[in-house]
Write a protein that binds this ligand. Structure first.
Ligand SMILES: C[S@@+](CC[C@H](N)C(=O)[O-])C[C@H]1O[C@@H](n2cnc3c(N)ncnc32)[C@H](O)[C@@H]1O
Length: 239
């Protein structure tokens, strides 16, 4: 994530809920102020309630959870869900979250999956540690925005497998109409400087949706360009 964060309401952080140090906040430049970090999590909890059926009895899989921004939002807004499971491939972030945010409804798992940007020495895999049909709400903020086609298809199939009947996946991605299928760090795109492996992966909208369809996922809702840096938002379900 970089320059343009979505607007969030003002919020006063609850001092009893730990916050990660600035260095562990993904999208850090938006989150120098604690209140902004907490507000971004709270905002996404509200979004998941409205668009993906999130509630206190739901099982949530936060795929690419970083240091637990969504978990912190859940603790502030609704206290807990039935099961919040955060999964990431960066040990420092995941360890902080596990050590500071774990409780009877909140858990974290480190996966050693390869990603050229975040875990270049990891093992190629499409693993998301969850049983088949066990996830009511899967949340993946700025995760497909750092993945090429192979991972989009592979992880798409994993998400289709682990979503419960009636479950929804809420994901963000860079998608545009009538562009090449998949481009890593497109130049002159969204007025930002993309550099380094997988900083911005932009998809053609039809290609993105067709790849997910082939993986077993259908689009329930699409909102163009309102998420961080101009990403779009999808609500997906098993087809
Ligand atoms: C831009 S950050 C967003 C973090 C968090 N979702 C948020 O919005 O605050 C992308 C996250 O996805 C994680 N990630 C990338 N590939 C992954 C994979 N294969 N499995 C799990 N997490 C992954 C990265 O380690 C990183 O924490």
């Amino acid at each position: 994530m970089s320059d343009t964060a979505p607007r969030t309401d003002e919020i006063v952080p609850d001092p009893s809920i730990p916050l990660p140090p600035y260095s562990l906040r993904m999208g850090g430049k938006h989150f120098k102020k604690d209140a902004d970090f907490v507000a971004a999590g709270v905002r996404d909890v509200k979004m998941l309630r409205q668009r993906a059926g999130l509630g206190r009895r739901k099982r949530v899989l936060d795929w690419g959870c970083g240091a637990g921004r969504l978990a912190i939002g859940i603790k502030h807004l609704i206290g807990h869900v039935e099961d919040y499971h955060g999964v990431d491939i960066q040990p420092e972030l995941l360890t902080w979250a596990k050590d500071n945010l774990t409780d009877e409804h909140t858990r974290f798992t480190l996966v050693d999956a390869h990603n050229a940007r975040y875990n270049p020495d990891g093992t190629p895999s499409f693993e998301i540690p969850a049983d088949d049909a066990s996830v009511d709400v899967l949340y993946a903020y700025s995760v497909f925005s750092h993945m090429l086609t192979h991972d989009l298809a592979g992880y798409g199939a994993t998400i289709a497998r682990i979503l419960a009947p009636g479950g929804r996946a809420w994901v963000t991605a860079f998608v545009e109409e009538d562009v090449p299928d998949c481009v890593e760090n497109p130049s002159d795109y969204l007025k930002l400087e993309w550099s380094g492996a997988l900083h911005c992966v932009r998809y053609d909208r039809r290609f993105f949706e067709a790849t997910l369809w082939d993986a077993g996922l259908a689009v329930d809702e699409f909102v163009y360009g309102r998420e961080t840096d101009g990403q779009s938002m999808y609500v997906l379900r098993r087809r």
